[in-house]
Design a protein around this ligand. Structure first.
Ligand code: BTN
Length: 255
């Protein structure tokens, strides 16, 4: 369904730069992937906190080699450059998902949760995905691009994602300005210190996966059992029926 959008809800560099000042911002009407732009910028010395935003991505990347669709005028594709210490790397994923969940709270949305490891769910459907990717110089960490895709008014009707994906405006029943959403997510990112117990506790409290029977696809194998616990590195601990505990750092939880 084609939607005619008011100019005030369109993204542009001027509005983003003003709103996010003094944060360095790059904006693109259309780009292959904001992650690639962020990698280049990171290598050129971008400051921690610099952000790349695009209205459309034509080769957006999702987790585990999948694609991520960002049709023009309907979503947010953003990549935040961070320069963390290497020991807090696992917490970057938590930070992204948590910041998005808290932005949704601020919009007044009630049914917001995180599905391990980093899908943000609204009314039980995926509204956002997070993709942290690190850039290395040999064995030295140069930085991380924290990629976040947020469905704002993507219409999933009739698509294969209809029963599993959702957009903010469909749940909220009104139009939101994407610049406000970008600003709110960045504010929530700033609110937490990587490596802090507060960040871990807030992320864990939002995980709807804990206590559930799960099947997790990991390296082509399905691990089935009770999702018992997460550790401070974000790994999921699954107790199999035979009592064995399996620790997974990544995977896809079914359904
Ligand atoms: C997932 O599979 O759930 C993660 C999706 C991450 C998508 C975002 S959109 C902005 C950034 N650029 C990309 O190419 N991917 C991430």
């Amino acid at each position: 369904m084609a939607m005619k959008l008011k100019k005030s809800v369109m993204l542009n560099l001027e509005t983003l730069t003003k709103r996010l000042h003094p944060r360095p911002v790059k904006y693109f009407d259309s780009v292959a992937s904001t992650q690639d732009i962020a990698f280049d910028w990171l290598r050129e010395g971008a400051l921690s906190g610099a952000v790349v935003v695009a209205d459309e991505q034509v080769s957006g990347r999702g987790r585990r080699g999948r694609g991520w669709s960002t049709p023009p005028g309907t979503a947010i594709a953003m990549s935040v450059i961070l320069r963390p210490d290497i020991d807090v790397l696992p917490q970057i994923t938590m930070l992204g998902a948590l910041a998005i969940a808290e932005m949704l709270d601020e919009l007044g949305l009630a049914d917001v949760a995180i599905k391990w490891p980093n899908d943000v769910l609204l009314n039980g459907r995926k509204v956002s995905g997070v993709l942290p990717e690190a850039v290395w110089e040999g064995d030295k960490l140069s930085g991380v691009s924290l990629g976040m895709g947020i469905n704002v008014r993507v219409d999933f009707t009739g698509s294969e994602l209809e029963s599993t994906a959702i957009s903010i405006e469909f749940a909220l029943g009104k139009t939101v300005k994407r610049v406000d959403i970008v600003a709110a997510v960045l504010e929530r990112i700033n609110a937490y210190k990587l490596g802090s117990p507060e960040l871990f506790a807030a992320w864990k409290a939002r995980l709807h996966t804990i206590g559930q029977p799960v099947s997790v696809m990991h390296q082509g194998e399905s691990v089935t059992g009770l999702a018992e616990h997460v550790d401070t590195d974000g790994a999921l601990l699954i107790r199999r029926e035979n009592g064995e505990v399996v620790r997974l750092v990544a995977g896809d939880v079914a359904p």
